[in-house]
Design a protein around this ligand. Structure first.
Ligand code: HEM
Ligand code: HEM
Length: 420
């Protein structure tokens, strides 16, 4: 019988202990971080799944490599075995409940383990979410209680009985190692607290910039809020429709007939960009159609309708693109298209126009203004323009990963139109 655990069992014992301490430190902060903790959520999930893998490896090694014999008999041996068994259940249960809770969340945030390996969502009913979430938090406390019993047992052997049992979990009989290994566990806990994003400064600066982000982060922290806001907004299309500028029929020179229709030539672009934690994320919609009738000299009679296929949005990053169709952003399954409609535009300068219309996006219809310029003459015009969309009004970006996103999305477009 060996005197100590195999080196692989010892390494895994301390590595898993340290990772668990880190997980609990980070986990406790996640709830309060809400949306700002996107990368930390990813890290917590990555480390958690790693713990699951290491624990399964450790259990395999337990049956494969010889272990030292039980040091005691009777109830003490029973207690030690029960605590060890409980610790194994905790090492497996904590990651599984965490995995279950993210798989059943309303806003399904994809997980990329250490930014590389996608973690599939477990096929569980959404109703299991509360149970998974409750057990996840509770298991951490059960784990802490078992850990305290476990350390009390180790100390009892070391200090009261003095049988040297502790050396079975240390690779060599070195007092330095004996001090270092538990210190590693403590250090991992401290590290888990230290890497949290500064709590006060980030939201404060966001609030100074504009009062809107404060509401936004509330909505992000509780996805249900976002949904509610969307429902309320959806009840307002009439107000939005009223905001559309009525065609100004009192212009001096009335147009001769209906405005000419234009077809958009291939190669046009509708793009968007948004501030995200100090950077800008930019993307395009690959598929959209536009119906335009407009006499540049009589913009008041214009009729414009642009339909965008929301599933065609891309920011050039497969991971983020995977998130865009989800509930948190465009919810394309329920709302495949976004439509901008305007009847009537105004001239704001030579070749410059403004159209006040409505945007229907993600089930919400709201007043929306676009500005554009026309250049060229004859039967073709180059059109380029922009719009600022307040994403919160449409419930776009209402979840965990959107906290760092600015409230306004800049939309730009450019295409050539040919008169029919
Ligand atoms: C080995 C294991 C893990 C430990 C010890 C652990 C521990 C914790 C703790 C203590 C919390 C705070 C819970 C609360 O205050 O209610 C937490 C939260 C959380 N954990 Fe874990 N976790 C582990 C693995 C995972 C895994 C594998 C995932 C997902 C794949 C995950 C996802 C989460 C999420 C999303 C939260 C946020 C809180 C919530 O929405 O309730 N955890 N974790
Ligand atoms: C400072 C912290 C810790 C100390 C001093 C410590 C010490 C020990 C010792 C001496 C043993 C061998 C017991 C024996 O041979 O009968 C042991 C085994 C074990 N420890 Fe720890 N430990 C610590 C932390 C942890 C943590 C955090 C966990 C897991 C959550 C853990 C899980 C286990 C398990 C499951 C075993 C049984 C191994 C087996 O027989 O398969 N320990 N620990």
């Amino acid at each position: 019988m060996p005197q100590r655990y195999s080196l692989s069992a010892i390494i895994l014992h301390w590595a898993i202990a340290a990772l668990l301490a880190f997980q609990i430190a980070v986990g406790w902060a996640l709830e309060h971080l809400g949306a700002r903790g996107f990368s930390l959520f990813q890290l917590h999930k990555s480390v958690g799944i790693s713990i699951l893998a290491l624990t399964l490896l450790r259990i395999a090694i337990r049956y494969w490599k010889p272990r030292p014999p039980k040091s005691e008999k009777g109830w003490q041996a029973m207690l030690a075995s029960t605590v060890h068994f409980g610790l194994y259940l905790f090492m497996i249960g904590a990651p599984l409940t965490g995995w279950a809770l993210v798989s059943t969340a309303k806003v399904k945030v994809p997980t990329l383990i250490f930014g590389v390996l996608p973690l599939p969502h477990l096929p569980l009913p959404a109703g299991a979410h509360d149970l998974a979430q409750g057990s996840h938090g509770l298991l951490a406390w059960i784990g802490i209680a078992l850990f305290l019993l476990h350390v009390a047992g180790a100390l009892r052997h070391h200090l009261l009985i003095g049988d040297g049992l502790i050396w079975r979990m240390v690779p060599a009989r070195s007092p330095i190692l004996l001090a270092l290994l538990p210190a590693l566990v403590l250090a991992a806990f401290v590290l888990g607290r230290a890497i949290l994003p500064a709590p006060a400064s980030t939201p404060a600066s966001a609030e100074v910039a504009s009062p809107a982000p404060a509401n936004q982060s509330d909505a992000a922290a509780d996805p249900a809020n976002g949904t509610e806001a969307a429902a309320v907004n959806a009840a307002e299309p009439t107000a939005a429709a009223n905001a559309v500028a009525p065609p100004q029929q009192d212009e001096a020179a009335a147009p001769a007939g209906p405005p000419p229709a234009w077809t958009v030539q291939p190669g046009g672009r509708i793009g968007f960009s948004i501030g995200s934690d100090g950077e800008r994320i930019g993307g395009t919609f690959a598929k959209w159609t536009a119906r335009i009738a407009m006499d540049p000299d009589h913009p008041e009679s214009a009729a414009i309708q642009v339909v965008i296929d929301m599933a065609s949005a891309s920011v050039g990053d497969a991971y983020k693109d995977g998130m865009l169709p989800g509930e948190e952003f465009f919810a394309t399954a329920a709302h495949p298209t976004a439509t901008f409609t305007a009847t009537g535009a105004e001239s704001t300068g030579p070749g410059r126009y403004r159209a006040r219309g409505t945007l229907a996006l993600k089930g919400v219809t709201k007043a929306q203004t676009i500005r554009f310029t026309l250049s060229g003459s004859g039967s073709t015009r180059k059109v380029s323009g922009s719009a600022t969309v307040t994403r919160g009004a449409f419930g776009v970006g209402n979840g965990d990963s959107s906290g760092g996103l600015a409230p306004d999305v800049a939309v730009d477009f450019a295409f050539t139109a040919r008169r029919q």
